[in-house]
Design a binder for this molecule. Structure first.
Ligand code: C2E
Ligand code: MG
Ligand code: MG
Ligand code: MG
Length: 292
């Protein structure tokens, strides 16, 4: 089952989750090395204000190229990093890098949209996390009101008071807290009932090709309504067409993200992409221009 040849092994990871302990250990070693050697990268995917068609934020998405030059998906190595206690170092690296890149966008190009960073539930469960975040932000020169933390589901935040306290503290210093992948796993009603979120991201399974699916329409429409009723900003992931965009806008959704606008791009490509917009405005969807 386990390929002796390491490039074959990476290909295996690429297609499937980690199969066994031996695979996981190999991958853990590779991941630690990649972090230490600055081999991880951040890709950027724009989020679009559906009223103005301007870029309002950029979601930073981590990328790891394995030894055979193939990307190992974050859905595979982030859970591993959580298991082996490496997630905290990775998240701090992500925040540091995202804010450095954000500073570059401001200083060199005058862009001032927000930056969205994915944070694991395991991060906020640690006391030290808040202090580390503060010192990274202070060193970065980026104001906290430009920063969004997207909390992903892997643990149930709402059951842990310490975690809730930490999220409150992040919110109190001005960071926008977003609940990611809403409608899946732990990102559910009990979370928005108890936690200080200001933004809700509807998972793409409800958004993609919404026009062709009555259920998706009903679920998404009522989710937007509920979120707006709670005063939350609503983001739709997985906008793939003009039709998706039009329907979501009609439902009252604030922000769209998806391949219709752009796939996640390496930072240099993202800058080129921004520079080609019409004064920060998307014209008509720029489908498939950059494929990572
Ligand atoms: P997510 O936070 O929900 O990120 C959105 C994912 O959907 C990204 O996958 C993005 O490439 C993909 N996506 C965006 N628009 C479309 C679309 O129109 N169609 C389709 N099919 N996909 C679309 P990606 O980059 O593979 O990331 C997967 C997940 O890994 C993320 O889901 C997030 O949970 C996690 N992740 C990624 N980067 C980080 C990170 O830096 N830290 C942590 N803790 N988790 C991360
Ligand atoms: Mg996210
Ligand atoms: Mg998401
Ligand atoms: Mg997701």
């Amino acid at each position: 089952k386990i390929a002796e040849n390491s490039s074959q092994k990476w290909a295996l990871y690429h297609n499937e989750s980690v199969q066994n302990e031996h695979d996981a250990m190999k991958m853990a070693v590779g991941l630690k090395e990649a972090l230490a050697n600055e081999e991880l990268m951040l890709y950027h995917q724009p989020q679009i204000d559906l009223k103005t068609l301007r870029v309002c934020s950029s979601e930073c998405l981590i990328r790891w190229k394995g030894s055979n030059n193939e990307f190992i998906p974050p859905t595979v190595f982030i859970p591993l990093a959580e298991d082996i206690g490496l997630i905290n170092s990775i998240t701090l690296w992500v925040i540091k890098t995202a804010l450095k890149q954000q500073k570059h966008l401001i200083d060199e190009y005058g862009y001032n949209h927000m930056v969205s960073i994915n944070i694991s539930g395991k991060d906020v469960a640690q006391d030290q996390f808040f202090l580390d975040v503060i010192s990274i932000i202070e060193a970065s020169g980026i104001p906290t009101d430009k920063i969004i933390f997207e909390l992903t589901e892997s643990i149930s935040f709402s059951s842990n008071t310490k975690t809730i306290e930490q999220i409150e503290k992040l919110k109190d210093i001005g960071i926008t807290i977003s609940i990611d992948d809403f409608g899946t796993g732990y990102s559910s009603m009990s979370q928005i009932n108890k936690l200080p979120f200001q933004e809700l991201k509807i998972d793409r399974q409800f958004v993609e090709n919404i026009g062709a699916d009555h259920r998706r329409k009903v679920i998404t429409k009522s989710t937007v309504e509920m979120a707006k009723g709670l005063g939350l900003e609503v983001v739709a992931e997985g906008i793939n067409s003009k039709e998706d965009e039009d329907i979501l806008r009609r439902f009252g959704c604030d922000i769209g993200q998806g391949y219709f606008y752009a796939k996640p791009m390496a930072f240099e490509d993202y800058i080129d992409w921004l520079n080609r917009l019409d004064h920060g405005r998307i014209i008509n969807g720029i489908e498939g221009e950059f494929i990572p």
